[in-house]
Design a protein around this ligand. Structure first.
Ligand code: SAM
Length: 309
């Protein structure tokens, strides 16, 4: 037990993605890997920012990986994108503008454009090649959303945009990679402080916050920062098979605590009014997703409090 755990916040996992038998291997945590068979390799190349791969797998369909970390898959993407998009938008109820940071595959944008009342959608993506390449190899993810007239694309580091922009948004969705490589900048105190400035009054920010069973530090750090910035902060969850290790956590921060108290009937009315077609999201799931197991709730305590347990 004297062996040291790897610090995934510092170095990317060490394995090469394709082994000799044609399996893609992802190092999830110390002594814990997942393997997906590469039925057909469609793309494998290094952009200026990161390594990009797409392959086909019998169970997951097309699979996108960046720097050898699974980003999204054709068959389970809805479980992630619907929950990160529809929960804040329907909780808010009067969203005019949305900012997406990251999300180059277009899966988040596809969900956001379903809301006809939204007038403006800005997406800040660091790597233009992810977008171009996803349009070509994963067109089902964006499903034409990049052509929506309300959509504005900014190619930039989301951390830089957050520091410099004067825009305001009702909903901000951070659809980032894990805190490795370019994604690291989207988990810092500075980024959270800057991006919280971009929220309009009554706005809400949601973030990709990893799998708490294996990536507890992500929840611990984000919640510690959110506690300094927002009146109401928490996580909510969904389960996404490709993100192995249990429930996936989404950070939630707002200065309007009533957004988390919206009654079921109101959510049902908003959902029906938008005529949303969803496969995972329902108003009941929305409310239930905020009920956290104790091991996740315990991560909200300060490091000192946790040491005392
Ligand atoms: N759902 C995914 C997950 O859980 O890992 C995230 C998918 S999405 C493909 C992540 C996107 O974030 C990528 O397109 C990547 O290029 C982008 N990204 C990473 N770091 C960024 C940064 N600092 N600013 C803007 N976009 C960034």
């Amino acid at each position: 037990m004297s062996e040291k755990k790897p610090d995934f916040g510092v170095e990317p996992p060490i394995n090469e993605p394709i082994d000799i038998l044609g399996w893609w291997i992802e190092d999830l945590h110390y002594g814990y890997r997942q393997m997906l068979k590469i039925d057909k390799l469609l793309y494998d190349s290094k952009t200026d920012t990161q390594r990009l791969m797409v392959f086909e797998n019998e169970t997951f369909g097309r699979v996108l990986t960046l720097d050898n970390i699974l980003q999204t898959t054709e068959r389970d993407e809805f479980m992630y994108h619907e929950m990160l998009a529809h929960v804040p938008i329907l909780a808010h109820g009067a969203v005019h503008s949305v900012l997406i940071i990251g999300g180059g595959d277009g899966g988040m944008l596809k969900q956001v454009v379903k809301h006809k009342a939204i007038a403006r959608i800005v997406q800040v993506e660091i790597d233009p090649e992810v977008i171009e390449f996803s349009k070509k190899y994963l067109p089902m993810l964006s499903d034409g959303a990049f052509d929506d007239p309300r959509f504005e694309l900014v190619i930039s580091d989301g951390a830089k945009y957050a520091a410099e922009s004067e825009d305001r948004f009702d909903v901000i969705i951070v659809d980032s990679t894990d805190p490795v490589g370019p994604g690291k900048a989207l988990f810092t105190e500075e980024f959270y402080r800057n991006v919280s400035r971009l929220l309009a009054d009554g706005g809400v920010i949601v973030t990709q916050n990893g799998i708490p069973f294996t990536q507890a530090d992500e929840v611990v750090n984000t919640m510690a920062e959110f506690s300094k910035l927002f009146v109401d902060y928490t996580c909510y969850t969904s389960t996404v098979p490709g993100y192995a290790g249990g429930q996936m956590c989404y950070g939630w921060g707002t200065n309007d605590p009533s957004l988390r108290e919206v009654p079921l009937e109101v959510l049902e009315r908003r959902y029906a009014a938008e005529q949303l077609q969803t496969q995972y999201y329902t108003p009941e799931v929305h409310i239930a997703s905020f009920a956290l197991p104790k091991y996740i709730k315990d991560l909200f305590q300060s490091p000192e409090d946790r040491a005392l347990r």
